[in-house]
Design a protein around this ligand. Structure first.
Ligand code: MG
Ligand code: MG
Length: 267
């Protein structure tokens, strides 16, 4: 999601972080269930229904539903779709790569996480794309240390992905998160976005303990360019290349990053 403002991120209290951890665990459990449930022949709307039930059954509120008019509990993005796919009648097929993005609110605090996985058998290049996007998220999380800037997060993605031949989507990125799903700062996925209009302030940010952010690299096998489909939501690669997306919500601590959208605290 694109944010333009460049105010400093707020620091959360231990109580707030605990609520975000609870929201994060609801999201983590729901994503695990969806990954196991996704089978050929099933529609993405059926996955969406499961997501709504699982989030609410754990005491959460689905945060995507109704967000700027978004009609689903989750985003389901297939193959060349990067992010923000709307669940619907589309049937899951053997050989698809599917990205599911999920958000939940617990007692006023948000968790936000995304996974990409294969349905059945997929080519090695697609398997590598999925795993390398996950690894680029792990590298980005590892850079989320007190004193580092947003530049360190974005270059961590680049330094992992670029030598392996991937492109990093421009115009989309991570974000602060807390009582709102999208808080300041916006965190570019591509270093080129640091110098686009109105975003020069991004270079001044410094992470510190208590800062909560969602990190979400989006890699493609082709170029960085994207298009928004006619549904006004789905973002696809402009060149029709495959894309993958992984996301975690984390908190910066004195001892390094803790992943809030994982029950182990690790990616
Ligand atoms: Mg997300
Ligand atoms: Mg997000």
């Amino acid at each position: 999601m694109v944010l333009n403002s460049t105010q400093s991120p707020t620091v959360k209290s231990p109580r707030e972080i605990d609520l975000m951890r609870k929201a994060g665990h609801i999201v983590a459990d729901t994503l695990n269930i969806l990954r196991d449930a996704a089978k050929p022949g099933m529609t993405s709307a059926q996955l969406d229904e499961i997501a709504g039930r699982e989030i609410r059954g754990r005491g959460g509120i689905p945060s995507f539903l109704g967000y700027q008019g978004f009609p689903g509990h989750i985003c389901t993005s297939f193959n060349t779709e990067v992010v923000h796919g709307i669940p619907g009648p589309r049937k899951i097929k053997d050989g698809d790569i599917l990205s599911i993005d999920c958000g939940a609110i617990y007692d006023g605090y948000h968790g936000d996480s995304a996974i990409t996985f294969a349905i059945g058998d997929i080519p090695d290049q697609a398997k590598d794309l999925i795993e390398d996007t996950r690894q680029s998220l792990i590298a980005c999380i590892d850079a989320a240390r007190s004193g580092n800037g947003l530049w360190d997060l974005t270059t961590a993605i680049r330094d992992y992905a670029e030598p392996r031949g991937y492109s990093m989507v421009r115009g989309y990125g991570g974000h602060g998160i807390g009582t709102q799903m999208h808080e300041n700062p916006w965190i570019p996925n591509n270093v080129a976005d640091f110098d686009s209009t109105g975003r020069r302030g991004l270079r001044r940010f410094r992470l510190r303990p208590g800062v909560t952010i969602a990190l979400e690299p989006m890699l493609t096998l082709g170029g960085w360019q994207t298009v928004v489909e006619e549904d006004d939501w789905t973002v696809s690669t402009a060149d029709g290349s495959l894309s993958a997306h992984w996301e975690h919500t984390i908190v910066v601590t004195e001892d390094g990053p803790e992943v809030l959208t994982s029950r182990t605290g690790k990616p």
